[in-house]
Design a protein around this ligand. Structure first.
Ligand code: SF4
Ligand code: FES
Length: 259
C-alpha cells in the first residue's frame, strides 16, 4: 500500500530551544490501520555541533520512536538513499547541516512519489526509467582479449566527468513538474545517464546513434521545458538541464540528417 504525498497541514511549532532542534516529521504508517492518514510528529533533538538532518532523524528513531522509518546507508553523500524534502526542497539528509536551515525543520518524503511508510517512497518508477536507457557501457565492438584496456582520452574523460557523478538519489525526478505529469517521461537522471554514454568516445557510432534515437522520442529530451528545477536540487551539482539541451541539439541534428 502507498499514498501520494499529500502534505497534511502542519500544526503550530511547540518546541524552540537553544539546546534542542525541533524536527517536524511526516508520518504515514499504513500497516497500523487500513485507512491510515498521514500526520506530522515533532521531535526535540539535542543540538550538537555538526548535526545533520540525518543525524536528527536517527536520534529521533533511536531515542523516541523506533518505528520512525527512513532510508540511509553511507552517511556521506555517496549512496543516494536519503534524499528527502527538507524545508521545501529536495536534499540529501546526510549532507545537510541543521545549522543551515530555518527551524523547526520540516522533513517530508520526496514529492511525486508514492509513500510506502513515513519517509520511505516507492523508487520503482525512478529505477525503471534509469534502466530504460541501458545505464552501462555498451561499445560497438569489444576487443578479442577481455583484459585489453579500452582507453579514453583525458579530454573525453573531462568532458563527461560531471555526468558520471549521479548517485541515483531521485531528487531531480522528484523536483520535475514534467515528470510529475508524464509518467513516461524518462526524466533528468536517466537522460543524464544516456548523455554520459553518448558522449563517451569509446562506445562507437552505432550505439551512439541508437541512444540518440531513444532521446528523440516524445517522452525523452523534448519533454524538458528547461525549468532548471533538477539542476537546482542535484546534490552532485550535475548540470542536468545543460546536458538535456545538448542532447536536444544532437536529436535535432539526427532528424535533419535523415532528410
Ligand atoms: S542527477 Fe543528481 S539529483 Fe538526479 S538522481 Fe543523479 S545525483 Fe540525484
Ligand atoms: S546516507 Fe548515503 S547519500 Fe546520504
Amino acid at each position: 500500500m502507498s499514498t501520494e504525498h499529500t502534505s497534511p497541514e502542519p500544526e503550530e511549532s511547540t518546541t524552540v530551544s537553544d539546546d534542542t532542534v525541533t524536527i517536524r516529521v511526516f508520518r504515514y504508517q499504513p500497516e497500523k490501520e487500513d485507512d491510515a492518514e498521514p500526520y506530522y510528529e515533532e521531535f526535540a533533538v539535542p543540538r550538537v555541533d555538526g548535526i545533520t538532518v540525518l543525524d536528527a532523524l536517527m536520534w529521533a528513531r533511536d531515542h523516541e520512536d523506533g518505528t520512525l522509518t527512513f532510508r540511509h546507508s553511507c552517511r556521506q553523500g555517496v549512496c543516494g538513499s536519503d534524499a528527502m524534502f527538507v524545508n521545501g526542497r529536495q536534499r540529501l539528509c546526510c549532507t545537510t547541516q541543521i545549522s543551515d536551515l530555518a527551524e523547526p525543520v520540516q522533513i517530508d518524503p520526496l514529492p511525486h512519489q508514492g509513500v510506502l511508510k513515513d519517509l520511505v517512497v516507492d523508487m520503482d518508477h525512478f529505477y525503471d526509467q534509469m534502466h530504460a536507457v541501458d545505464p552501462f557501457f555498451d561499445p560497438d565492438e569489444l576487443p578479442d582479449d577481455p583484459l585489453e584496456e579500452q582507453r579514453q582520452s583525458p579530454e573525453n574523460r573531462e568532458h563527461i566527468k560531471l555526468s558520471t557523478r549521479c548517485i541515483w538519489c531521485g531528487a531531480c525526478m522528484s523536483s520535475c513538474n514534467i515528470a510529475a505529469g508524464d509518467n513516461q517521461y524518462l526524466g533528468p537522471a536517466s537522460i543524464n545517464k544516456a548523455y554520459r554514454f553518448i558522449k563517451d568516445e569509446r562506445e562507437g557510432e552505432q550505439r551512439r546513434d541508437e541512444r540518440i534515437e531513444q532521446m528523440a522520442d516524445d517522452h525523452a529530451v523534448w519533454r524538458c521545458q528547461t525549468q532548471f528545477s533538477c539542476t537546482e536540487v542535484c546534490p552532485k551539482d550535475i548540470p542536468l538541464t545543460e546536458h538535456i539541451q545538448t542532447l536536444k541539439r544532437d536529436a535535432a541534428k539526427r532528424d535533419l540528417s535523415l532528410w
